[in-house]
Design a protein around this ligand. Structure first.
Ligand code: GLU
Length: 449
């Protein structure tokens, strides 16, 4: 890459920092993409002339709103709601809603930025957006969750539409929350507009496999990475961080493919079960009873619960971070590599810090970044939108096969892109370059948007 070009990209990045002060996660996500774009601008100089990088770093629209709600005791609470509509060159804004106390504009922007490129990789007609709130669903009653969701949607509905902006779930937003959100949308608009939300329940417009899709898809991606290396998932020892929706179905698919999952976690601690995690129990604790995983050890005396433990210290061959951003730092990455880890598939968004990514790339292990590896969730959301548009519903097998085909294609196209730019095996560069090219090639013909 020429020095002039490097300086140009560096200047754009400095401008992003200046325009979005204090939004560290957003800076991190932008930096990671920009660092890989030099060779793309050499090949497509028109992208530089058209200022595509500058344009994609600026969301098309950012909405911030007040969400007042009352708890069961009648006390009033005020939270902040967000929807960042990043880019709609390829299709309507698409991306989940996150309810977590850590949420602020910088988190939503990083997630929206990642989402734009992830969605482009799926090859489906969806743009990028993300939203959420600093509301903490932990410990709230069903009625409190309902009142919050109704208040949140009372503002958000005016910005949504099946051809405009289509939210789904993310951390803290699952089937229960989506139900309350959809119910309120339907009530306010007087429209049964199935395609306005994805991740819906099976009885009211949802798609089979959507619940499993992010986890299953991440494992399909790892399977493909290992195939290139003449290896497979079967018989491998795995560690999966988290115990939410993504983690549960990552563990399920790993087990189906003959791997052994020996550890999972929540924000309080980790469970290590050398015999293999009992997934039915995790599902019951998390999906039905909404409990913490510390309860797991009371059911299995040979399992260990370590409060505050570091899951990356548990030796494994396949690591699948499926909890949250920046959960693997440089030191954790070194520990994983030293303990014999050969593959990392990211179910969470940006779970590895830049130092950690460098360790994985230098060690040349199979490293599948979230943008590519966890795209199965949103891809299946797009399949849900297809079913809604045609008023159809597909079988589990048919939908799962489509998901598998999409993940296999994301793998091969990101691999080939990296190879074509002389960076064989580097899925970070492949995913960033390919998705940027797709977004840019959709933006240019639409004029100055
Ligand atoms: N929140 C998920 C993601 O990070 C899914 C988004 C969607 O289905 O729209 O990709």
């Amino acid at each position: 890459m020429t020095v002039v070009l490097e300086e140009k990209i560096e200047a754009i990045f400095r401008q992003v920092i200046a325009r979005n002060p204090g939004e560290e996660e957003f800076h991190q996500a932008v930096k990671e993409v920009l660092e890989t774009l030099g060779p793309v601008l050499v090949k497509y100089p028109e992208f530089a002339h058209q200022k595509i990088i500058e344009r994609v770093c600026e969301p098309e629209r950012q909405i911030i709103f007040r969400v007042p709600w009352q708890d069961d005791k009648g006390e009033v609470h005020i939270n902040r709601g967000f929807r960042v509509e990043f880019n709609s060159a390829i299709g309507p804004y698409k991306g989940g809603l996150r309810f977590h106390p850590s949420v602020y504009l910088g988190i939503i922007k990083f997630l929206g930025f990642e989402q734009l490129f992830k969605n482009a990789l799926t090859g489906m007609p969806i743009g990028g957006g993300k939203g959420g709130s600093d509301f903490d669903p932990k410990g709230k009653s069903d009625n409190e969750i309902m009142r919050f969701c109704q208040s949140f949607m009372t503002e958000l509905y005016r910005h949504l539409g099946e051809h405009t902006d289509v939210p789904a779930g993310d951390v803290g937003v699952g089937g229960r929350e989506l139900g309350f959100l959809f119910g309120q949308y339907k009530r306010i608009t007087n429209r049964y507009e199935s395609g306005v939300l994805t991740g819906k329940g099976i009885g009211w417009g949802g798609s089979l496999v959507r619940k499993e899709a992010t986890g299953y898809g991440a494992v399909y991606f790892v399977r493909e990475m290992l195939k290139v290396r003449k290896n497979s998932v079967e018989g491998k020892t795995c560690v999966v961080s988290g115990s939410g929706n993504v983690a549960i179905y990552t563990m399920e698919k790993l087990q189906q493919l003959g791997a052994k999952v020996v550890a999972c976690s929540d924000s309080n601690g980790i469970i290590v079960h050398e015999k293999g995690i009992d997934l039915d129990l995790i599902k019951r604790l998390k999906e039905v009873e909404r409990r913490r995983i510390s309860d797991y050890a009371t059911h299995h005396k040979d399992a260990k619960y370590i409060a505050g433990g570091n899951i990356w210290e548990v030796p494994c061959q396949i690591a699948m971070p499926s909890a949250t951003q920046n959960e693997i730092n440089g030191k954790d990455a070194m520990t994983l590599v030293k303990n014999g880890c050969i593959a990392v598939g990211e179910g969470a968004n940006m779970p590895t810090t830049p130092e950690g990514v460098k360790v994985f790339l230098d060690a040349k292990i199979a490293y599948g970044p979230g943008k590519a590896a966890n795209a199965g969730g949103v891809a299946t959301s797009a399949l849900e939108m297809q079913q809604n548009a045609s008023r159809d519903s597909w079988t589990f097998e048919y939908t799962d096969k489509k998901l598998d085909d999409i993940m296999t294609r994301i793998h091969s196209t990101t691999y080939e892109t990296a190879e074509a730019f002389g960076l064989e095996g580097n899925y970070v560069a492949g995913a960033n370059m390919l998705s940027f090219i797709k977004v840019a090639q959709a933006m240019v013909p639409l004029g100055l948007i």
